[in-house]
Design a protein. Structure first.
Length: 432
């Protein structure tokens, strides 16, 4: 049971409680091992050793190189680092090229193109829109269908020789839709052939605890992860680089896939400058305790991933079947909950449309009943704006205003689900 008394927490997509084992791993770094990792004496080196060990552990689990893990303060910062960093590096390279050819002008019309999906987290959507308003990029929004899945044919149309980056989240934080990341990666690799661009980034914050998140297997150049979504601490994330991407080659026997080295970190420009920590890509004294916690949270997640996904999948489907019995008009936003080993949506997610029930009122009512759910992303919930994800899927805000997001986690059991169902039944009956 998460919380106190008889409260039931069903908002695990927003954040997760800190795992006891993770806290145990972190504890020494709050007091006993307190040195600044940048110091050369033994106190500092002890702290730096913990960071190195954490980086090495994450790199090994995700099958990347030691230097391909960059620690940040959050997933939002990691997303900003890759979005702004790639564009800045690209523009600087372009400027240097024009200067060498003595044709640079302050009025250069070069605008790198960035493509993002319409259902990205605000840390991607708002960042790219800011960059567009600043005149730094040409932004293209990749549409989705009514299940929240991006359009591959539309992606092919949007790719051009000025495209420097494509960013599509692995699994959606609101509706749980799992995007075809490997297929997208293959299309991008085919387009760029032996060149460098476009690069491919995925926000894997929600996917990490349930899906295979090895960047080189997915065919992504950059991947974002976060601590507090996987029972680790808040205030820490990482940007992971995939050094190998799928390169499509046409042979006599047809199309086949091979691997080649991807771009180095030098293609990325730091957004926080100073002391040059994190291989010069993210300055600032490292949060040793949080970094240790992130590594331990990833380790635990990888260890129990398959078993926990199977347990939550069954519990979630039971939950949904009972909701339909309570309200026959209820419907899922996003893909069907059913599936085998290959899930269409995250196994812990129910995003439900309840006709006649206003979402904001329902959230308050259920909270008074001791059940915590949400209406969408916690990062933008206080803005009281309807979900941009559901708007992108259905074209307006009608469904969003009557939809709730329910997400299960490690602390959820059958008893809690039954109690929550009782509260939902009262909600529906009170709404008439």
């Amino acid at each position: 049971m998460i919380g106190t008394n008889k409260r039931i927490y069903l908002d695990y997509a927003a954040t997760t409680p800190l795992d006891e084992g993770v806290f145990k791993a972190m504890r020494p770094y709050f007091s006993d091992i307190f040195g600044n990792p940048g110091s050369l004496h033994s106190f500092g080196q002890e702290a730096m050793g913990a960071i190195d060990k954490s980086r090495e552990a994450i790199a090994k689990m995700l099958e990347v190189d030691f230097r391909d893990v960059i620690f940040t303060s959050s997933a939002t910062e990691a997303n900003n680092l890759v979005l702004r960093g790639i564009v800045k590096a690209t523009r600087m390279t372009r400027m240097a090229s024009e200067l060498s050819e003595k044709r640079h002008s302050e009025h250069s019309d070069y605008l790198p193109r960035v493509i993002v999906s319409a259902v990205e987290h605000d840390s991607v959507l708002k960042t790219t829109r800011d960059m567009e308003q600043e005149g730094l990029i040409e932004l293209k929004i990749l549409p989705v269908d009514e299940e929240g899945v991006v359009s591959l044919p539309e992606l092919k149309k949007l790719l051009n020789d000025k495209t420097v980056l494509v960013s599509v989240m692995y699994a959606n934080n609101e509706i749980g839709t799992i995007e075809p990341i490997s297929k997208i990666g293959a299309e991008i690799a085919k387009f760029r052939a032996t060149g460098t661009y476009p690069l491919f980034h995925t926000d894997a914050v929600q996917a990490l605890q349930y899906l295979d998140c090895r960047p080189n297997e997915l065919g992504v150049d950059f991947m974002t992860i976060s601590g507090h979504k996987i029972y680790g601490p808040k205030g820490v994330g990482a940007l992971i680089m995939g050094r190998k991407t799928h390169n499509i080659k046409q042979g006599a026997s047809g199309t086949k896939q091979d691997s080649r080295l991807s771009v180095p970190w030098s293609m990325l420009q730091a957004q926080i400058t100073g002391g040059g920590q994190e291989f010069g890509l993210r300055s600032g004294t490292e949060n040793v305790a949080n970094i240790v916690g992130l590594a331990e949270a990833v380790r635990v997640s990888e260890k129990i991933k398959q078993e926990e996904a199977k347990r939550i999948f069954g519990l979630r489907n039971y939950f949904w079947e009972k909701i339909v019995l309570i309200n026959r008009k209820a419907r899922l936003n996003g893909p069907d909950v059913r599936g085998g080993e290959k899930y269409a949506r995250l196994p812990n997610n129910i995003n439900v449309y309840l006709p006649g029930v206003l979402a904001e009122e329902a959230l308050t009512y259920l909270d008074m009943q001791g059940v915590a759910v949400s209406t969408g992303s916690a990062c933008s919930a206080r803005g009281a704006e309807p979900s941009h994800v559901l708007r992108a899927m259905f074209g307006d805000d009608k469904i969003a205003r009557h939809s709730l997001r329910i997400t299960l986690g490690r602390g959820t059991d059958r008893r809690q689900v039954d109690v929550a169902l009782g509260a939902i039944r009262k909600l529906v009956e009170s709404a008439g």
